[in-house]
Design a protein. Structure first.
Length: 133
């Protein structure tokens, strides 16, 4: 069903290129609903680039960032900051920040930071759990 829907959207896009931005957005939503966040982010990015409609571009930017976050993309945090700078009153901001907290790269960053704190304390006789034999 998923692949069939994608095929149908490609047919619409080929026959009606003037609405290609809307089709790219629908394709992105379809990918996102099927947990294919990498392809969703690409399609949302395409909608942002192609659309002259300011509202559609804004919705696509939100979807783009959400998909990057869910995909665990390293540039997700930077893109979220950029989105919040562009739209300071963004209603989706709290949900996106929550998604950022779940972002796998944040966990890695947190563990690295903890490691350095333990390493610094090692001078005072404490040893990091990573460094202990």
């Amino acid at each position: 069903l998923y692949e069939e829907a994608l095929l149908n959207l490609r047919v619409v896009e080929a026959t009606m290129p003037r609405i290609g931005d809307h089709v790219a957005f629908m394709r992105a939503e379809l990918h996102e609903r099927n947990s294919d966040y990498v392809r969703a982010s690409l399609a949302y990015g395409e909608a942002v680039e192609r659309s002259p409609d300011i509202e559609l571009r804004a919705r696509a930017r939100v979807g783009y960032v959400r998909s990057l976050l869910r995909a665990g993309d390293p540039k997700a945090e930077l893109e979220l900051s950029s989105l919040q700078f562009r739209y300071p009153e963004l209603p989706e901001a709290p949900a996106l920040k929550l998604e950022l907290a779940r972002h796998p790269a944040r966990e890695v960053t947190r563990r690295v930071a903890e490691h350095f704190v333990f390493f610094a304390k090692r001078v005072n006789g404490k040893v990091c759990h990573c460094c202990s034999p």
